[in-house]
Design a protein around this ligand. Structure first.
Ligand SMILES: Cc1cc2nc3c(=O)[nH]c(=O)nc-3n(C[C@H](O)[C@H](O)[C@H](O)COP(=O)(O)OP(=O)(O)OC[C@H]3O[C@@H](n4cnc5c(N)ncnc54)[C@H](O)[C@@H]3O)c2cc1C
Ligand SMILES: NC(=O)c1ccc[n+]([C@@H]2O[C@H](COP(=O)([O-])OP(=O)(O)OC[C@H]3O[C@@H](n4cnc5c(N)ncnc54)[C@H](OP(=O)(O)O)[C@@H]3O)[C@@H](O)[C@H]2O)c1
Length: 250
């Protein structure tokens, strides 16, 4: 079935590092819930609308914002991401008409503390969620965890600084491949096991009182879920309520 694409125009392509970029586009009215994604596409052959190369991308913008924002990394051999990184203001980007995805707060049971744990570009859907009123109304504490290889990949400083005006927000970062003052070393699962993550957040992480949303590298999702299982936490399902809601980026 051929997809009906909506044409948008790039407003800005911000480059954070040689590999990380944030695309802002306008021109498509989409209805979605914070945390969802949409397929975005370019012509497989320039000027040939008959075949497009498309990939899912999470919204960084909240649903109320008409300018759509996507945060990406260049996968050097990938068919789409190196081309997205090169887009400039005025270029066309196609978006699918129907966003989707279950990494949304309406799928997450109530709790005292909401933990949002991400690797790399997996922070994107959490930024959209945090730019709505819902997390602050529903949870006493919100912990945003971002794990990256290098300190320069800790992006969206201004937005996060702005979000920190919410007294209930804690922001915990991991830098795994260099030493970085102010960030935890290593990976999230090890820091759950040795309680460094809880110490950094100043909050308990457990089946009593915590809900966890995970996004990014699929191996991180599995390894964090295993570390949380040791604390009696399991995947949340509508028919079998639990504590962990996930979205894998590949
Ligand atoms: C539900 C969903 C939401 C997504 N949201 C985003 C998003 O907001 N931002 C984003 O950059 N990507 C996101 N992705 C991944 C995205 O769809 C593409 O896979 C990515 O942009 C690379 O595209 P590509 O065509 O260049 O290479 P692909 O052929 O798609 O990927 C090649 C390989 O690159 C690696 N890879 C893919 N995506 C990433 C990534 N994000 N970070 C590190 N390594 C990666 C994997 O090893 C993958 O097998 C999402 C994927 C899914 C399923
Ligand atoms: N110049 C470029 O074009 C360029 C530059 C950089 C990256 N890239 C592309 O981007 C890809 C990597 O993207 P990325 O760095 O955002 O993602 P990533 O490889 O998922 O790394 C992000 C963070 O997740 C951690 N992590 C990885 N596996 C984990 C696991 N099983 N459990 C817990 N944490 C885990 C990493 O720790 P570790 O460090 O310990 O693995 C790192 O801190 C590369 O494959 C490459 O294709 C391109």
């Amino acid at each position: 079935m051929s997809e009906k694409w909506l044409e948008t125009r790039v407003v800005e392509n911000r480059h954070w590092t040689e590999a990380l970029f944030s695309l802002r586009v306008e021109g498509a009215k989409l209805s979605f819930r914070a945390g969802q994604f949409v397929r975005i596409a370019l012509d497989a052959v320039a000027g040939d609308a008959g075949s497009r190369v498309a990939r899912p991308f999470s919204f960084v913008n909240p649903p109320a914002d008409p300018v759509l924002e996507f945060y990406g990394i260049v996968v050097p051999q990938g068919p789409l991401s190196p081309r997205l990184e090169k887009l400039a203001a005025g270029d066309a980007l196609y978006v699918a008409p129907r966003p989707a995805g279950f990494l949304v707060l309406s799928e997450v049971p109530d709790a005292d503390t909401l933990w949002l744990m991400s690797t790399g570009t997996g922070i994107a859907p959490f930024l959209s969620i945090l730019r709505t009123d819902v997390p602050w109304q529903r949870f006493s504490n919100v912990v945003l965890v971002h794990a990256v290889r290098h300190a320069r990949e800790l992006v969206y400083h201004d937005l996060i600084k702005d979000l920190k005006r919410q007294k209930s927000l804690r922001y915990v970062t991991f830098v795994s491949r260099e030493s970085a003052p102010g960030s935890l070393a290593g990976r999230i699962p090890a820091a759950i096991r040795d309680e460094r993550l809880e110490a950094a957040a100043g909050l308990r992480l457990g089946a009593q009182g915590s809900q966890v949303m995970l996004c990014g590298n699929p191996e991180m999702l599995a390894d964090v879920a295993a570390a949380l299982a040791e604390r009696g936490m399991r995947k949340h399902r509508r028919r079998a309520p639990g504590h962990i809601t996930v979205e894998s980026f590949w």
